[in-house]
Design a protein around this ligand. Structure first.
Ligand code: ADP
Ligand code: MG
Length: 563
């Protein structure tokens, strides 16, 4: 019990740190259990892992929010935020993981089988290498119960805010399911706030111009929460976002990029919803590519480099963007998002003058592929392009942003495309040859599972912040995965690598389905698939999408195809 823990800690006062090990186990407190899972071996090691568990019936969380899996995700996410707030204002020996702006399954708080579980870390206080047992007793036995009762787990549960959190997720998921039936790939509600406070902050910009959709593209939803809303419905096919510089094009595209995840109340993007498979495709020179078929876009590279099975340790702007597109298709995207700001010009367009000057061009620009992508493969594109009208004739919808206000300019853009086409043909010098068929785009790769495993199994891959995974002695750089949003997702991806390898070993399947199966298993069985259960649970894991797991593996420099 807690009083036994209290006296044990007192008896350990000024003892050497190693003696703390004996505290591992479960201690009953008034109203909850404290589990001391992993005791740090010394004061300088990473902090000790602890958990709090209690029956959900001991909390004030209403039953109606505990029936459905998605509701429980919202409840857990809500508690995780509240606990983080409480902990970050409490003694610094306790640490909780800080959630970002998305509502996601997090290992820090779960709510399954009638039990709420909160994973924290605790830094046992020390003087040199000796334990400050009395201080630790005060923190764990006196302060911790206060933190728990003065949080969403106790009397401080804010019922209205919890309800709003649950409803926000319900509304989001409702819209996301509706999108497909209505042949939409994205939705941005009127009144949404898309702009962020700064380039390094994900919180909303104060005094931003709220979003207001053009009449031509307005769609309506009656939400489960009872609200009726309207907003921009982005139809399947090709959508072009145009407008002057600094008028808000990239901001809209980025909101759609993040619209694959639900956002918390107050974020401004709660009602921005994208096709869940949407993938942002950008140039990323320097990335490694292993065996990706980019021949649809690029052929006849110098030195007879094979583009049906393209591998390089150092891709160029255009080849990296081609690989990113091919891999997005390989993992099954139905919507690609492209911004001129992060694209290679030669991947996107090539004008008549350049065609006349340079005939030996290996690249078929995206402008010559975008329609086939939709017509042959059913893949939609949302494209920001303020610098060239070359895409007008291909777009089904053209939206112009003018001082952050979108207008439908499809008709005018099509007129201009037609006029231009007529003059162009009088001085035409013929079309580019199309390279190999679009059917080859996204061809499945079968990889050697051993190339995903580290030799030293005591040092499994681990996430380091948002943008990096350490695998053995190498780093996997994820900085350009703009839809990787939480360092917990990075950690999860690291923990997924051995699972993917095992899947590839047992079933003779290509990489993409193996990745999909692993993510589906986690969705079914919970994040404990990655962490292990009970005393192995850690608080720093967040559910990633299959798209990001796949993109991460595709960037791994030691990846090998199976021969
Ligand atoms: P573009 O891609 O058209 O050049 P950006 O999307 O990068 O423009 O936006 C330019 C600037 O305007 C950014 O600083 C962005 O945060 C800000 N911004 C975008 N949308 C809004 C808005 N609705 N209200 C206020 N500021 C906005
Ligand atoms: Mg821009």
């Amino acid at each position: 019990t807690s009083s036994q823990l209290y006296s044990r800690l007192h008896s350990l006062d000024s003892k050497s740190y190693g003696a703390l090990k004996q505290l591992a186990g479960t201690w009953q407190f008034q109203g909850f259990d404290l589990h001391i899972d992993k005791v740090q071996p010394d004061p300088y090691a990473s902090a000790s892992r602890i958990r709090i568990t209690l029956p959900v019936t001991a909390t004030e969380v209403p039953q109606e929010f505990l029936q459905d899996t998605a509701d429980r995700v919202a409840v857990s996410d809500f508690i995780a935020r509240d606990i983080y707030d409480a902990i970050s204002h409490g003694p610094r020996e306790f640490q909780a993981v800080r959630p970002g702006q998305e509502i996601l399954p997090r290992s820090s708080v779960t709510c399954e089988k009638g039990t709420v579980q909160v994973a924290l870390t605790f830094q046992f206080p020390a003087a040199g290498r000796r334990v400050k047992g009395r201080l630790a007793a005060g923190l764990l036995v006196d302060d911790l119960p206060g933190l728990v009762s003065y949080s969403a787990l106790g009397e401080r549960l804010q019922h209205h805010a919890l309800k709003q959190h649950v409803q926000t997720l319900r509304d989001y998921l409702f819209i996301q399911r509706e999108l497909q039936d209505r042949h939409l790939v994205g939705f941005v509600a009127d009144g949404a706030v898309l702009a962020r406070r700064s380039g390094n902050s994900d919180t909303p910009l104060a005094n931003a111009v709220p979003f207001e959709s053009p009449a031509e593209n307005k769609v309506f939803f009656d939400l489960p929460s009872g609200r009726s809303i309207s907003g921009l419905g982005i139809r399947e096919g090709i959508t072009l976002l145009v407008g002057g510089g600094f008028h808000g094009k990239s901001t809209l595209l980025k909101a759609l990029e993040r619209g694959v995840f639900p956002h918390i109340p107050g974020d401004g993007r709660q009602l921005v919803v994208s096709d869940p498979t949407a993938v942002s495709v950008r140039a990323e020179d320097g990335r490694a590519v292993t065996g990706t078929n980019i021949s649809t876009m690029i052929n006849n590279l110098p030195g007879r480099i094979d583009t049906q099975e393209f591998s390089t340790a150092n891709a160029s702007g255009s080849t990296s963007q081609a690989a990113n597109l091919a891999e997005a298709v390989e993992i099954g995207t139905r919507t690609v998002l492209i911004d001129e700001d992060t694209s290679a010009t030669n991947f996107m367009i090539r004008d008549q003058r350049m065609k006349a000057l340079i005939s030996a061009e290996p690249i078929t620009p995206f402008v010559d592929r975008i329609s086939d992508l939709w017509e042959d493969r059913g893949i939609s594109t949302i494209l920001v392009m303020g610098g060239s009208g070359a895409f007008f004739e291909h777009a089904h919808t053209v939206i112009a942003l003018n001082e952050y206000v979108p207008q439908d300019v499809t008709e005018r853009a099509h007129q201009l495309a037609k006029q231009y086409h007529e003059t162009k043909h009088s001085l035409s010098e013929g079309n580019t040859d199309k390279t190999s068929s679009l059917a080859l785009l996204g061809a499945p790769r079968t990889v050697d599972p051993n190339s995903l495993l580290v030799e030293d199994t005591r040092k499994p891959p681990r996430g380091r912040g948002l943008e990096e995974i350490q695998i053995g002695k190498e780093n996997l750089d994820l900085r350009y995965l703009s839809q990787l949003v939480d360092s917990g997702q990075t950690q999860a991806i690291a923990l997924c690598l051995p699972l993917v390898a095992r899947r590839l070993q047992t079933a003779q399947i290509p990489l993409a389905p193996a990745v999909q199966e692993v993510i589906e298993q986690i969705e079914r069985e919970g994040l404990e698939t990655l962490t292990g259960s009970d005393s192995r649970v850690r608080g720093d894991v967040v559910l990633p999408r299959k798209e990001e797991l796949f993109q991460a593996i595709s960037r791994w420099r030691k990846l090998r195809l199976k021969r």
